[in-house]
Design a protein around this ligand. Structure first.
Ligand code: IPD
Length: 277
């Protein structure tokens, strides 16, 4: 019910802000990436774990019957029907380099914790570096720092600023580059912000017209997709599939329809052909 959704939203926001404070305070002022890459990566890894551990600790105290699915520590089933889907740092490479686009993403979902089979009911994306915070409750709208959000009006692709992102596997990136080569001349411009959760929130608040990405995991999109939907976005896959690992496309309906048609024409979801990784 609405009261429960509001409670879950409040807890999602509290969790994301508490983990965000840890991530912010723990980041060294200077990360000497070029000289000490492996230890710099260790710092990020340690903070990913520390952030997720904090989230799990608070959840165990506040809602011990709920399940938890986190990027670093996997899935622990619960008995309440609610599962928390956690990305302790989305935008890890930005975090490593000090580019201020990384976020803690927290969502409460009902149903199996797999995109397409769940319903997200509450979500919060907290941008750690500048504190911007997006929240949404199912049926209750999306807000950034108290301001109600709504997606941009539908636009032709040539007038659309489109966000995207890339996975970490080279063969998959080759396919993604092929799609980008076709898409780039047909849109206003492309952005690769580096945090899928923030991309979806950017669609919600109009700082992107649309976003698409292949290979997103539950923790990347659970909270951001709800924020986008509650701001009026369609969030979908290609060829009638739901948003998820194969493809996630978001934006106002008309823009998404054009982008989906183009991505389908380009076989943007086709299986990676064999080649060097
Ligand atoms: C990544 C970011 C990035 C997206 C990748 C994700 P991580 O998440 O969301 O924008 O392009 O697909 O894996 O690794 O920083 O949590």
């Amino acid at each position: 019910d609405a009261a429960t959704v509001a409670e879950l939203v409040a807890l999602a926001e509290r969790l994301a802000r508490e983990a965000g404070a840890l991530v912010r305070e723990g980041r060294p002022d200077q990360v000497d990436v070029a000289a000490t890459k492996s230890s710099a990566i260790d710092v990020v890894t340690a903070m990913d774990y520390a952030s997720e551990a904090l989230l799990r600790r608070v959840l165990a105290a506040e809602r011990p019957q709920d399940g938890v699915l986190g990027e670093e520590e996997g899935h622990v089933a619960g008995s309440s029907g609610v599962t928390w889907v956690l990305d302790p740092i989305d935008g890890t490479v930005n975090y490593l380099y000090g580019i201020p686009a990384y976020a803690v993403s927290v969502a409460a979902v009902v149903g199996p914790p797999e995109p397409g089979r769940w319903t997200a009911v509450a979500g919060c994306v907290h941008a750690v570096a500048d504190g911007r915070t997006w929240v949404a409750g199912r049926g209750q709208g999306a807000y950034r720092d108290g301001r109600r959000l709504s997606v941009n009006p539908e636009r032709p692709l040539v007038e659309s600023l489109v966000g995207t992102g890339f996975g970490y596997v080279a063969s998959r990136r080759r396919e993604q580059a092929r799609v980008v080569a076709e898409l780039l001349p047909q849109v206003r411009d492309l952005r690769r912000i580096g945090s899928a959760a923030m991309d979806l929130c950017a669609v919600a608040d109009g700082s992107l017209d649309a976003h698409y990405e292949r290979g997103l995991q539950p923790w990347d999109l659970a909270a951001g997709a709800l924020v986008a939907q509650e701001a009026g976005a369609v969030v979908t896959g290609l060829r009638g599939a739901r948003a998820g690992e194969a493809m996630t496309v978001s934006g106002p309906a008309g823009t998404v329809a054009r982008l989906v048609a183009l991505l389908e024409r380009l076989d943007a979801d086709r299986d990676v052909v064999a080649g060097p990784e």
